[in-house]
Design a protein around this ligand. Sequence first.
Ligand code: ARG
Length: 576
Amino acid sequence: MTDLPQLLSERLARAFADVAGEPADPAVRRSDRADYQADGALSLAKKLRRPPREVAAEVLERADLDDLVANAEVAGPGFLNLTLSDTALSTLVGEMAADERLAVAQASAPERVLVDYSGPNVAKEMHVGHLRSSIIGDALVRVLEHLGHDVVRQNHIGDWGTPFGMLIEHMIDLGAGETAHELSVGDLGAFYQDARKAFDSDEGFAERARRRVVLLQSGDPETLALWRLLVDESARYFETVYERLGVRLRPEDLAGESTYNDQLAPVIDELVELGLATESEGALCAFPKGFTGRDGGPLPLILRKSDGGFGYDTTDLAALRYRVGDLKARRLVYITDLGQRLHFEMVFEVGREAGWLGPRAHAEFQGFGVVLGTDRRRLRTRAGDSIKLIDLLDEAVRRAALIVAEKASHLSAEEQADVAAAVGIGALKYADLSNDRIKDYVFDWDRMLSFDGNTAPYLQYAHARIQSVFRRGAVDRASLKGAAVRLTDPAEHALALRLGEFEGILHKAAGVVEMHRICGYLYDLATAFTAFYERCPVLRADDDATRSSRLALCDVTARVLATGLSMLGIAAPTRM
Ligand code: ARG
């Protein structure tokens, strides 16, 4: 294990427990007075009704920290200030250098984690919300897999429901060839809107559409074949978007709403049997405990509409039951816009009441905020339309190419194109991931593509700059695996501290689904590296031992940056 704050925390926890007579949180965090501070004595003192400084001193006396800490003292009202020893930090960097995985420990209790993300709708434009869900879900999946969890990805696309009557009729009018064309170039907005227009203005069309829904639901083979065409074309389009984005959703991860058609009736039967279904105004509903509307009345999930149809609620209940019962997921993470929070919390509550969720499985809703334009309104095109995802990606790469042409003119045209793609798409994803997930964020091209600040280009550039040190020095990186690390300068100490936080950050981010913690961490690391690089000569170090120690620091930093970026689904070019 190389998670420094965690190591400190565990050692201190034992001492705290001794003093408290029961487990007590040492509350370790970064500090500007020392490397870390532990604030736990303050709350413990309150509980024990003793002076906090006295409690802190007693904890310190009992704590076994000698091999980790060079200096520990009681400070202020009763903090413990802790400065790590250079020897402990050297050992840690050495361990990271020697290990393929940078000595990042796998999860101590790996589990099957199901992640429901992306979820675009067939024959409808993928919007910025689907972009966020795809990017966040992809990063989460990468981190979970890196930590040894068994991850099941589920792309719950909207591929069923009453709109398919009009969509299929519109496809018939348009012809299969033209439909395929519109869908494959991602002209989904037009396709959907034209169908809607015909439905609203042409009574004959509307009648055909209604009949088509009935045919679809009764399983008419010809109608099903037409529906399949529509779904397949859309799925192909989604794939091109994922590919451009570097989102690793595969066709086999598709499990759209229609997947559950056969399970809807059995699920409803089960809920009826459990006494969880109630007839209400002609519809069959579930009223999960603890959910009330503005009027104080209970809020329903609709199991079966009064016309006999099933909708989004029923499908998600069936999906939940299937995911726990058949797919054996132990942790289920749902990533959609925050607007769907109530829906999922109600679904989960019914799941608990039905016994699907509980000790054997738990579900989490991890919602996200809205993407705003620089005018602080929902992101739209100038004409006020919603933005086409593929246009957004094109623009990211186009803008990045201009910057790369200027900053990296020494690269060949081909290299420049690769770097532009990495920087453009990376900037777009990083801008999303680096913001607190639940907050709205402002989509700002200039900021996300800046080479300064907490951005992808800044980190990518920091990484490429370290690579150029190796090139200039003709350094064989493999030889650095066994290098003896000796820290002498405070800037080396500060850099090593950050390296020792990598493992903990990944575990934390996976647990709370907060990718911005990884971003903030990588930014701090790159900043610590810059300070180190400005103060400490590497290739021209005074002696060979210092040179190879500093090269090892460079190597580990570069690998942490590259691995961290790859966890976010972002490429780290070696030249920029
Ligand atoms: N298709 C939905 C939408 O566009 C997202 C699906 C989310 N996942 C789920 N299990 N309901 O909003």
